[in-house]
Design a protein around this ligand. Structure first.
Ligand SMILES: [Fe+2]
Length: 366
């Protein structure tokens, strides 16, 4: 963008065009108010002297109205929200149709990585196939995207039956549908599980359910229960010793919404819910009924995707949308059923998607 300003324009501008110039001058790379190297807006508090009239003090704005400003902000900024995101709800029909990618292609091909990450964003569940049957592959995939998230269980964690387990996952018991680590203020948002060895015989199948889809079904069937789970805080807690001694605890609502009112997170884990209910006594019974109604929908056969992972499969899912669980299996010895897991965060995945879309000259406004 060359040099420009209101005094240099050869035509008289309408108010709307003036505002476009103001927004460009404070938002576009190469514009006078944007640092060319760091692409950050330079400090310019003089434009914000009145919180109810943002940017109206800019020299170009003298002839403009607050009403126009608000309309402009709405039209330009918010109607482009999540333009690339197309959330796809699913149920049991996905069992035979889980989106799949080849490990080597995802590692070596940027276009394949972009397709894979956009699928994860929209569907929330995918399989990476033909992963070498040895440890270290979760880290390899995570570092292709960003980095592993460190938690109480380390960076990578191993799901094997242990003599002295620190978590129910390290036994052969059935695991009900849940999201991991809701007791963190900032819950890890994407989970990897790589199957290195599967158990012999029956059991050990993984179960998945789309928490967003189930939430919408609950809203349809019983809006009051949906409201309860959207507004009532319960607490989750995890105490123990793994990589170090830990005691994480945090209040959460089951459903969380973004600024547009769309479901943004589902956090639900009955195993680590505190035994106390942080709400007035007369609300407790209604809360249990709401939780049971949601749990029934999550577990209904029409909503469950069951998949027994084979050695070399690596499942990736949105841990703040897709609930996961496992069928029980028999533990015969220490060498059976070995999974390796890890977490990454949506901030890093969205960042990688934007970098790749920029590389391929695709629009980036989501
Ligand atoms: Fe889990």
């Amino acid at each position: 963008m060359g040099r420009w300003g209101s005094e240099r324009l050869p035509v008289r501008l309408a108010s709307r065009q003036l505002f476009l110039l103001i927004m460009l001058s404070t938002r576009c790379y190469g514009a006078p108010d944007i640092d060319g190297k760091f692409r950050h807006r330079r400090y310019a508090s003089k434009y914000f002297s009145s919180p109810r009239r943002p940017e109206l003090n800019h020299p170009l704005a003298r002839r403009s109205s607050e009403q126009l400003c608000v309309r402009f902000l709405r039209d330009v900024e918010f109607e482009t929200k999540n333009a690339q995101r197309k959330t796809q709800h699913w149920g049991s029909e996905l069992s035979t149709n889980i989106p799949s990618f080849q490990f080597e292609n995802v590692l070596l091909n940027d276009w394949e990585l972009l397709r894979c990450l956009e699928t994860l964003r929209d569907v929330g569940l995918m399989l990476i196939k033909k992963v070498p049957e040895k440890t270290g592959q979760v880290r390899k995939l995570a570092e292709r995207i960003a980095r592993l998230r460190y938690t109480s269980y380390g960076e990578e964690f191993t799901v094997k039956s242990k003599f002295e387990p620190s978590n129910l996952a390290y036994t052969g018991h059935k695991l009900g549908l849940h999201t991991d680590l809701p007791h963190y203020h900032y819950t890890p948002s994407i989970q990897f599980l790589h199957c290195i060895k599967q158990c012999i015989g029956d059991g050990g199948d993984s179960n998945f359910s789309d928490g967003f889809n189930a939430a919408l079904q609950l809203k349809e069937q019983d809006p009051e229960f949906f409201e309860i789970l959207s507004t009532t805080y319960i607490e989750y807690v995890d105490v123990g010793h793994d990589q170090f001694e830990y005691y994480t605890r945090h209040p959460q609502t089951v459903f969380t919404f973004d600024q547009f009112g769309d479901l943004f997170m589902v956090l639900y884990n009955n195993s680590v819910r505190t035994i106390t209910m942080p709400m007035p006594k007369d609300k407790v019974y209604g809360y249990y009924r709401a939780m049971k109604a949601y749990d029934n929908i999550l577990n209904s056969p029409a909503n469950i995707v069951r998949h027994k992972m084979q050695p070399g499969d690596l499942v990736v899912f949105n841990n703040v949308r897709v609930l996961h669980g496992r069928e029980a299996f028999n533990v015969h010895g220490s060498g059976e059923r070995h999974l390796e897991g890890g977490y990454i965060d949506w901030d890093d995945v969205h960042s990688r998607i934007r970098v790749l879309r920029t590389k391929f000259d695709l629009p980036v406004n989501g």
